[in-house]
Each structure stands twice: as C-alpha cells, then as structure tokens.
Design a protein around this ligand. Sequence first.
Ligand code: GLN
Length: 489
Amino acid sequence: MHNKTLAELSTALQDKEFSSEELTRHYLDRIQQHDPSINSFITVTEDLAIAQAQAADQQIASGNAGTLTGIPLAQKDIFCTNGVKTSCASLMLDNFIAPYDATVVEKINDAGMVMLGKTNMDEFAMGSTTESSYYGDAKNPWDLERVPGGSSGGSAAAVAAQLTPVATGTDTGGSIRQPAALCGITGIKPTYGTVSRYGMIAFASSLDQGGPMTRTAEDAAMMLNVMTGFDEKDATSIERDSEDYTRSLNNKLDGLTIGLPKEYFSDDLDSDIANVIDTAIKEVEKLGASIKEISLPNTRLSIPAYYVIAPAECSSNLSRMDGVRFGYRCEDPKDLYDLYARSRGEAFGEEVKRRIMIGTYALSAGYYDAYYLKAQQIRRLISDDFKKAFLDVDVIMGPTSPSTAFKFGELSEDNDPVSMYLADIYTISVNLAGLPGMSIPAGLVKGLPVGLQLIGNYFQEAKLLNIAHQFQQATDHHQQTPDSFQEGK
Ligand code: GLN
C-alpha cells in the first residue's frame, strides 16, 4: 500500500481495493514500527485518524467522495490543529493545544483526508537540519547518522520512509525544498500569497509559505488543488481564480527555455552534485526544452539580506509568546519582568534566541536604516534579477542544496551558525522574491539523494509541475527509497 502515489491510492479507495481505515491502520503500524529510528513525528493522532478514516469510508460508500477522501497525511507541527497539540517543536508551545484549525488544515480536512499526526521540525522553523527541535533530532532515512534537512525535516523524513504518502511543510528560506532534496522526495513552495498563512505559526511573515511534500509531482499538484485559494483571514492571501494544478502535467516540453544561473554552478558546488544536476538538465533537454545561461548577480547578497529580514520579523512575531496568554510560564515569577524574561529565557532554544536578538537589534532606533532598510533594498535588487531573467526564460533550474545530507553536528547552529546559513544559498532568494520553487529527486551521490530545483515566475506552479512530471515520467529517481524502510523489513 505504501508504495502507491496519491493518484493510485485514490483509485484503489474508490475501487474498494482496501478501505481508508485499512490504509490508515497500515500507516499507523508503519509509524509505530519505524518512527522510533527516525523521530519524524512529534505527535501521532491515532484515535483521530481512525475516526476520520471511518468517516471517509462512509463518504466513499455513499458515493460523495472527493479525489483525496480517505488518504492519510501528516501535518507539520507548525499548523494549528484544533484540539491537538501544536508545538512548533518548542518547549514554549509544548503545552499548547490549538483552539482552531489553520486554513490549510481546514481545507485538507474538508477534502476528507486523514491526519496521522504532527511532524518534527526545527524550533519555530528556524534551521536547516531539524537539530533545533525540542523533541530531538529527526533522522534522514537514507542514513540515520545524517540530518534530514530542515526546517520541515520531520515531514521529509516521514514521506521518504513511507510513513505517510504526503506531508505538509512550510518554506521561509528553503524549508520545503532543502529537506525534500536531502531526503529524495518532491516538494513545492508556491508563490507567496497562494496558500493561506492563517493558523500557520508565523516565523517571518513576508517570506513564509506552506506547501506539500510528496513522492511525485502529480501528487504535489493534487495537494495544491486542495491547499491553495484566497482566504480573507490572511491579509496577504491573493485573490485570484482557482486553478487546476494538474491541468498541464502532460504537456510536452517543446519550446520551453530553461535558464541556468551561472552563480548556481560556481566552484562552490560539489562536483558530484554538479554532475547529477547536469545529467538531469540534459534529460529535460531531451524532452524538448532548450537551455540558456543566465545571471542572477545578486544571489550572494540573499543570505545577508535574509538574515536581517527573517530575524527582524521573527523578533516581532515571537513577542506574543510572553508567558502570559498561552504557552510556557516559568515557576514562581517575582514580578512581571521576571515572568517575561524567565518564561522566554527558559522556553526558547539557542537558535530562536539568537534570531530574536539579531532582529531586535536590526529594528532598533538608529540601526533600522543601516540594516533593515538596506536589506529591503537588496531584496528589491534580487527580485529585479529574477524579473529580468524571466524575460528570456520560462523556468530557472539548478541545484536545491550545495551538498547532500550532512552528518549531525557538522553544520550545527551552535558551533558555527553562519556555515549553516550558507547552506541555503540556492533557495533563499526565491522567498525574498516571493516566487514559486520546487525540488525533485535527481539522483544519488554516494547513496544520498540530490535535489534539482525548479524556479518559476509568479503563479507558474503548473509549469513547474508539468516539467517535474515529464521528468518523472522519463526517469525513476523519485521511485528510489531507502532500503531499510522497504516492505518486509
Ligand atoms: N534554513 C533557513 C532558516 O534557518 C530557512 C528556514 C525555513 O525556510 N523555515 O531560516
């Protein structure tokens, strides 16, 4: 069962090959069997899952089922889920039971999908390794001594180990694409404003965007059909007609021009990864696309700009967690100041504190112009680079990450935060510009997955999915799974 794609599961459920309850129990058993070795879940919602599956089976029996009715999924623990712990992998929210559903969760529930549980992540989505989780590291199913990437590392690991057919993720600077790359799965971050941020706990509001993490591009398209849409509860949600993201999956690629930014193929890129990416691009050429070298000259400025803007926004967003209204509260506070200071001091981890301090400093009077304003100006330059590039090309391609999954501690936030920040060099500029970006499996280097990144112009998700789907029809990289999680073991 767990080798099936969403489309296959959908058909099997409609054909009554198995019930949603059987399917759900199968995944819950797999989670019980395999999750102790990868720690991809923070919470498993077994009873809720069975109840949702039974309701889905009734719906299927009555002939009212949608395409995704009865299919299990896992939610990143950043999405508020009514009545279920929503921790953001922080001690701060360890006791927080969300009193409402995020819009994404509501839409997924309305589609009749079954929630298996909530996945592990970097604390408040700050990180690239899932090492900053209060609940311990999630592990990469391809090599348990390596990180699954982050911040949506639990979601990526759970999909890669086939503990769920799909999981949600969020991407502020790469957190869907980079873990998808490191775990050998497919992930898409849509255009900013396409997926509602209501109930998705905010890290950096002008960059955060939710999206699906799946095995295939077709599955991602099916999920986007459910997850996207205007939401009046999110002031940055974009009002536009709904799309069918599966509509152009089968288009031929003839006549498409793919841009290769020379800055993404510099000497910093590991040569084995460069080879895998070159081979993948040749495959896309074979499918009918042509290639053109382009330049995104301000790429190297994306990391310094992001590490001013994202901390500035998070220092403001996280100020609501003050020990008063919800979340962690310290014992026996002496006075109000002590309550604030100790609650926050005790409950936030090192990386979160580091970013709150950077952000508060960057926003303070006297420094605002020097840092925040400058960073916003650089952000405009980066957007303009893309705007110019898209005059000549339809899609941009390159690696998702400069390396395959690294070992725990190798790029630890605590030893050398800057080296970890640099690992996001290919993904961050996409968020600064608000563009859609996707990562798909392109092959293995020394047994570890490599991700091919596709970047589109605004609202060109369907084009990215089309290219990815055609690539996946012609290759089998997306079908590779880590050995120890195969059936029978
Ligand atoms: N790794 C980046 C960071 O640490 C991006 C995280 C994300 O996209 N949530 O901020």
